[in-house]
Ligand binder design. Structure first.
Ligand code: PLP
Length: 407
């Protein structure tokens, strides 16, 4: 058979689920905003200057050669046994019921959300998410063609009346996903009362709860410790709580390591799904994370970054107080990475963002986090990867862009 040349190559026949995926206008703007001279309040990334580079170098150097070899080898799908053990110890300090559940190491907690999405969602089925909601969760659930039903969040957490309405709908949702501790993007820390109401609403419904705790360790005030107790640690009867967490914000996202702590019956499915996705998470970084926990440095390191993020947050709060028009509403962060600005109802954050980029600063427009991709009178600022000087220089640019559009 002879090879033909100059034949037109047709569009590959993609699956239905990926054919609907499109690059958003906001993602395209972000590409524009990656210019090095632009001050970015957009990324949810830890501060580059804060990574424990030297500590990790030393920890690796001190490992015995068998452990170093294991770092290059495949690991068991559930995770490196030594890390599972040390991580259990770390999670027990939060009161989590590690013995009555199963722990699965995942490739970032993004993979944990993806696996849970795959475990529960059939095409067209409903899932309940917060509005606004972490974009990574929205895209994970969208990839399984879920119908995303957004439930509003106020300053105390998810709005219970609206949650109850959704729970009572005839077509029952497959799960509820929440980020109760320094919410991304809204910065909210759920009150204890709101968590109790949420538990009461879910009991007896057979709707599992996915509790995403990516930022809980980054609290700024000791008095908030009680409010940070995970629902998984409260261990309420009658709810399958799937708790997810991550090394990304307390060590480094480049490790690509997260976890889920879930009931045995859910674990069984998730382990099979992970097996087919990537067989195991990176052994190299599992070895490093294990050494970091066992050396005790995780506790001292997290305490030091907590302090640094608190300083960055208060610099941003001071700049916002000075420059924002008083019709803008926003949260004073108690931890985590984000400040969420709510603008007058008719404002369009994408327009504001275009102006801000021209001025030299960027943030994320609100509709990115709306499950329906519509509501755009809000925006997310992050202070985590900026120097005080950048914050002081960049916030007036954002404020000017808001005034130019909203008056
Ligand atoms: C709320 C929340 N959950 C999960 C993740 C995923 O983190 P990773 O996959 O790096 O563990 C992030 C990352 O920004 C996040 O903000």
């Amino acid at each position: 058979m002879s090879i033909k040349f100059n034949i037109y190559t047709a569009m590959p026949r993609f699956s239905k689920s990926v054919s609907a995926l499109r690059s958003s206008e906001i993602r395209d703007l972000m590409t524009l905003a990656s210019r090095p001279d632009i001050i970015s309040f957009a990324g949810g990334m830890p501060g580059n200057d804060l990574f424990p580079v030297q500590a990790v170098e030393e920890l690796f150097r001190e490992l015995d050669s068998k452990t170093k070899q294991a770092a290059f080898q495949y690991a068991p799908t559930p995770g490196l046994p030594s890390l599972l053990e040390s991580l259990e110890g770390f999670l027990e300090t939060k009161g989590l019921p590690v013995k009555e559940n199963r722990l699965l190491i995942t490739t970032g907690s993004q993979q944990a959300l993806n696996i849970l999405g795959k475990a529960f969602i059939d095409r067209g089925e409903a899932v309940l998410v917060e509005n606004p909601c972490f974009i990574g969760a929205l895209s994970a659930f969208r990839s399984y063609e879920a119908e995303l039903r957004g439930v509003p969040v106020d300053r105390e957490g998810i709005v219970i009346d609206r949650l109850s309405q959704e729970i009572q709908r005839k077509e029952r949702a497959k799960f509820l996903y929440i980020t109760p501790y320094f919410h991304n993007p809204a910065g909210v820390l759920y009150t204890t009362e709101r968590k109790e109401q949420l538990i009461a609403s879910l009991q007896g419904t057979n709707i599992p709860l996915i509790e995403d705790d990516a930022y809980g360790d980054l609290y700024f005030f000791e008095e908030d410790r009680d409010r940070l107790k995970p629902i998984k640690a409260i261990n309420p009867d009658g709810i399958n709580v799937c708790y997810t967490g991550s090394f990304s914000k307390i060590l480094g996202p480049g490790l690509r390591l997260g976890w889920m702590l879930v009931p045995e019956k859910i674990y069984q499915k998730c382990e099979l799904i992970k097996q087919s996705a990537d067989a195991c998470s990176p052994s190299f970084t599992q070895v490093l994370a294990d050494a970091f926990i066992r050396s005790g440095q995780i506790y001292s390191y997290v305490a030091s970054v907590r302090h640094e993020y608190k300083k960055r947050a208060s610099t941003m709060v001071a700049a916002l107080r000075e420059h924002l028009p008083n019709y803008v509403q926003w949260n004073e962060p108690r931890g985590g990475f984000y400040i969420w600005l709510t603008l007058p109802a008719t404002a369009d954050a994408t327009q504001i963002m275009t102006l801000a980029i021209n001025g030299g600063a960027v943030f994320v427009a609100g509709k990115t986090f709306d499950p329906a991709g519509q509501q755009n009178n809000s925006l997310r600022l992050s202070y985590c990867n900026n120097t005080p000087e950048q914050i002081v220089e960049g916030i007036p640019i954002v404020a000017n862009a808001i005034r130019a559009i909203c008056g």
